[in-house]
Design a protein around this ligand. Structure first.
Ligand code: AMP
Length: 213
């Protein structure tokens, strides 16, 4: 049973790898960012509260995020494994999820750290486009759709995320390096971390992840 945590800076290809891994191992892809964007596009009460954080590239408060994760983990499809992407994002969240999993007599068995230099992620994020209906991720140069602006899978319109602008990218990366990266050491102590070179092509990164799983 695969219980995976995928970790890496914005633009390291986390979402793209997560989609493929979830399909390959038939496990749910749990992305707090996707869940939040879904609430925002449906304009739920929670969605309205989230807007000021997500669109500004700031972390949503830990208590709000933890509730979302608790609900998601309680769903039946998580009983046979899962892949977390974008949670935990700071040490407090890591401690919360560890306890939550422990109570379910589970633990992450792999933490995959996608490693990439800071300069490269900026270029990747600026060219990122996302399908408005299914969330599939493209890059205008490195991974373009067949028809410009249209999702290959479901014909949805591709859009640029509001938090993918130069200023917001800079602040999100700052948050990543100061708050999220220390989580890797937290899990390194448990001996479950594998580092993967995320500068390679999408298929090469995927093959390397499969090797360690
Ligand atoms: P992502 O799609 O993972 O880049 O997340 C987009 C945005 O959602 C982040 O910039 C945060 O505003 C929010 N978010 C996602 N996951 C978390 C989390 N674990 N804790 C706090 N905020 C989060």
């Amino acid at each position: 049973m695969q219980k995976i945590l995928l970790i890496g800076p914005q633009g390291s290809g986390k979402g793209t790898q997560a989609e493929q891994l979830a399909k390959t191992y038939s496990i749910p892809h749990i992305s707090t960012g996707d869940i939040f964007r879904q609430h925002m596009s449906e304009k739920t009460e929670l969605g309205k509260l989230l807007e000021s954080f997500v669109n500004e590239g700031k972390l949503v408060p830990n208590d709000v995020t933890l509730e979302i994760i608790k609900e998601r983990l309680a769903q039946d499809d998580c009983a046979n494994g899962f892949l977390f992407d974008g949670y935990p994002r700071n040490i407090e969240q890591a401690e919360s999820i560890d306890v939550l999993l422990e109570n379910l007599e589970m633990t992450f068995n792999h933490v995959i750290s996608l490693e990439i230099p800071r300069e490269l992620v900026i270029e990747r994020l600026e060219g990122r486009r996302t399908c408005a209906s299914c969330g599939k991720i493209y890059h205008i140069r490195f991974n373009p759709p067949i028809i410009d602006g249209i999702c290959d899978d479901d014909g949805g319109k591709l859009y640029q995320r509001e938090d993918d602008t130069i200023e917001k990218i800079a602040s999100r990366l700052e948050t990543y390096y100061t708050q999220t990266e220390p989580i890797i050491d937290h899990y390194r102590e448990k001996g479950i971390v594998s580092e993967i070179d995320a500068t390679l092509d999408i298929s090469e990164v995927f093959a390397k992840i499969q090797e360690v799983l």
